[in-house]
Design a protein around this ligand. Structure first.
Ligand code: MN
Ligand code: MN
Length: 295
């Protein structure tokens, strides 16, 4: 038997789909451990293990209009890759799809956020789960480095952004966040307040109905996801991130899972990423089923 490496239960063709999964195997600005280019296919492989039925939402993913578009062809240049990704995301949104990106490094998120913001207009916000602020003005000579993605979003797309899970960065980033009154919750805040309360405050702050949800997998504690580009201890638990994704999915117009570097573990990070992605789709579809819209 031969199994094509597509995401499990992604059975719909492009035309009839609502959720479009695509990989962007690009990690050229990775600073510590490169290898997130292998993550999209590692997540697809890991997904083969999962049952299509989701008991929490009482929904079967095999019944949902999910399409796996494969991997985007990337260029060696980050700017060119971002440009193409931006155009491709625009097309997906024009076609009425909900884009789900499997990274790849976090710099890619700038292009998808920009396309989503233009489609959404004013009623738009960004929620980032990340161990890092990603607020550097430039890093290693690149403005579009993975360590700068939130800074670029703030200065070029929208200031309506919340970070959850932050616990690492140079002093300049912490003072920049303070001075610019960036709304953020550290991993310790999540521990102290509970994820449910953090999400309540984050949604109240964003005050919009269309969210771009970005999961840098290093938001998670490396105990749950060891295979990461820049692992950082004392992070969020798998359950906390699942709670965040389940809660935010109904308000999300796009989702990404970034920075998994599968060569550095025995498949845990890719497995968790694949599962979280399925929770996102199940939650989004269940909320729209409840609202009587879709499916
Ligand atoms: Mn990041
Ligand atoms: Mn990070």
């Amino acid at each position: 038997m031969f199994y094509p490496n597509t995401f499990v239960d992604a059975l719909a063709d492009y035309e009839t789909s609502r959720y479009v999964i695509f990989g962007v195997p690009f990690d050229n600005t990775s600073s510590y451990r490169a290898g997130s280019r292998w993550a999209p296919d590692a997540m697809r492989q890991a997904s083969a293990n999962f049952e299509s039925y989701n008991p929490f939402f009482d929904i079967d993913l095999a019944d949902l209009p999910i399409h796996d578009a494969g991997n985007m062809e990337t260029s060696a240049s980050v700017d060119e890759t971002l440009g193409e990704l931006y155009e491709d995301t625009k097309t997906l949104l024009q076609d009425g799809k909900l884009p789900i990106m499997l990274g790849g490094e976090h710099s890619l998120t700038f292009a998808t956020v920009k396309a989503c913001s233009e489609a959404a207009g004013e009623d738009f916000g960004v929620l980032v789960l990340d161990a890092h602020f990603d607020l550097r003005e430039e890093y290693r000579g690149f403005k579009n480095n993975h360590a700068c993605v939130s800074r670029n979003i703030l200065s070029e797309v929208t200031e309506n952004l919340v970070s959850i899970g932050v616990r690492s960065g140079p002093e300049e980033e912490w003072s920049f966040a303070r001075e610019n009154k960036l709304k953020s919750f550290s991993a310790d805040d999540v521990e102290a307040m509970g994820m449910v309360e953090v999400l309540r405050e984050a949604l109240e702050y964003l005050d919009c109905s269309q969210i771009y949800l970005s999961l840098d997998m290093d938001a998670l504690d490396p105990a749950f996801a060891p295979g990461l580009g820049t692992p950082e201890p004392f992070g969020l638990s798998a359950r906390e991130v699942r709670t965040a994704v389940r809660t935010l999915a109904p308000f999300s117009m796009a989702f990404d899972i970034m920075e998994i570097a599968p060569e550095y573990d025995s498949g845990q990070a890719a497995m968790l990423g694949a599962k979280i992605m399925r929770e996102f789709i199940a939650s989004h579809a269940a909320s729209h089923r409840k609202a009587g819209n879709f499916p």
